[in-house]
Design a protein around this ligand. Structure first.
Ligand code: NAD
Length: 423
């Protein structure tokens, strides 16, 4: 399979999103006439970020913050630092956040930001200066009641701490609720790191129950053993499923009687890869999608399930831990083959759900235990997955289409009730 370049995946991102809206339009009844509001971002800001480098020279970087839709609440979405980030991609990512927050029924709109930079090529001081200047440039449109950034590809807790500090310096007081994904000492939330993997498990377990798939007998294959994949694999392992195959960037590990995920996580922590954990069980990477299994969890890359894989994969359930792992043509084939796909906008929304909790805790200045976080998260995710499940049955469509229908209905009804300013 020819792998897609970053540019391939992202230059078409906005048109992919528009195609998804077109698919949903026929299900929206009279709300269809209002769909145009989701076909354009509410606000797109492009900023120049001059940074004094360690050698005294000044380099300019291009940054973005797009607020796609704020009908249901402040914008929510990550900030991506990547050398190929562009406006088209940030627009699409912000739109998917609109859909994700509405599908989960979180009181947020969708937003996303980015800077065209390779963060690995900057010193720590340069990265801090870049982050602080970017934050100052978008300062006017972010805030706890306006738009709340979070980490994404190429950004982390440290960058969120600098963003929070810069915003607070400009505001004249400490404003922890301006970003989420912060370190715990600065108003971060317990449970955030494990949240996305946990959400994959919770949504997967509920849907498995609906299709008569018993978790303790299930064979599971996981692509990606990072933040999302390892936590999802661990929870399936702890609930007596057999995780028979794990693939990361370094190796593909197959063990028919199940891999000990606790031990593999310990190995991965030390070596930052799974290669070498059990060399006798390593197989070729292209064998991954050919393994018969009850559940596949793509939790690494976008666009990995193409039409060929969709035609040949032997499974009952796909849990989209990654964002956009299934290409559009493949989605149709999986649907025809009656393979259930729990779409990314629901399946990997555990992270944004706990980000919502972080924002609530910061505003209330009152922090919850990890048990409370997990309990509340499970409730929200279960409700979301059943809302989508019953919508799919009601209108006879895939779970992905059902999630989009629900999200669009919630946004467009809210828009209708708010009216069009100035009336
Ligand atoms: P991560 O960087 O922690 O882990 C990525 C994993 O993918 C690593 O194990 C890496 O080895 C593996 N990988 C990289 N290239 C690979 C290849 N060619 N073949 C197989 N495996 C490969 O990232 P993460 O936070 O776990 O995110 C994974 C996916 O989930 C991404 O698509 C991300 O956008 C999405 N996601 C993450 C979160 C979150 O909270 N972390 C939330 C929503 C969606």
């Amino acid at each position: 399979m020819k792998s897609l370049t970053y540019a391939d995946q992202h230059t078409t991102a906005w048109s992919n999103y528009l195609n998804q809206l077109d698919k949903v339009a026929p299900f929206l009844g009279e709300l269809k006439d209002r769909l145009d509001i989701l076909r354009r971002p509410k606000r797109s800001l492009i900023v120049d970020i001059p940074v004094e480098m360690d050698d005294g020279s000044i380099q300019h970087f291009e940054g973005y913050r797009v607020q796609h839709n704020l009908t249901r609440g402040p914008g929510k979405g990550g900030v991506r630092f990547h050398p190929e980030v562009n406006l088209n991609e940030v627009m699409a990512l912000s739109a998917w956040m609109t859909i994700k927050c509405a599908a989960l029924n979180l009181p947020f709109g969708g937003a996303k930001g980015g800077v065209r930079v390779d963060p690995t090529q900057l010193s720590k001081r340069e990265l801090e200066r870049l982050t602080r200047r970017y934050t100052s440039e978008i300062n006017l449109i972010i805030g706890p009641q306006k738009d709340i950034p979070a980490p994404d590809v190429g950004t982390n807790q440290q960058i969120m701490a600098w963003m929070m500090d810069t915003y607070s310096m400009n505001a004249g007081s400490t404003v922890t609720g301006v970003v989420t994904g912060k370190p715990i000492h600065l108003g971060g939330s317990l449970g955030r790191v494990k949240a996305t993997g946990r959400g994959v498990f919770v949504t997967g377990r509920e849907v498995a129950g609906q299709i008569g798939l018993n978790i303790p007998e299930a064979r599971v294959c996981v692509q990606g053993f990072g933040n999302v994949g390892s936590e999802a694999a661990l929870l399936f392992h702890e609930h007596a499923a057999k995780v028979i195959c794990i693939q990361d960037h370094s190796a593909t590990l197959f063990q028919a009687d199940g891999i000990d995920i606790v031990q593999l996580m310990e190995y991965q922590k030390r070596h930052h890869k799974i290669q070498g954990y059990a060399p006798e069980n390593e197989i070729d990477a292209d064998q991954f999608w050919k393994i018969p299994a009850d559940i596949f969890i793509p939790a690494a890359l976008e666009g990995v399930i193409d039409e060929h894989i969709a035609q040949t994969i032997q499974t009952r359930l796909i849990l989209e831990g990654a964002n956009g792992p299934t290409l559009s043509g493949a989605d149709e084939i999986l649907s025809q083959r009656q393979i259930t796909v729990v779409p990314d906008v629901i399946c990997n929304a555990g992270g944004v759900t706990v980000s919502y909790f972080e924002w609530v805790q910061d505003i209330a200045s009152y922090f919850w235990t990890e048990e409370e976080i997990n309990q509340r998260m499970d409730n929200i995710m279960k409700k979301a997955v059943y809302d989508v499940w019953y919508k799919a049955i009601h209108v006879n469509c895939s779970l992905r289409t059902a999630a989009y229908i629900l999200a669009c209905e919630r946004i467009l009804i809210a828009r209708k009730e708010r009216g069009t300013y100035p009336g």
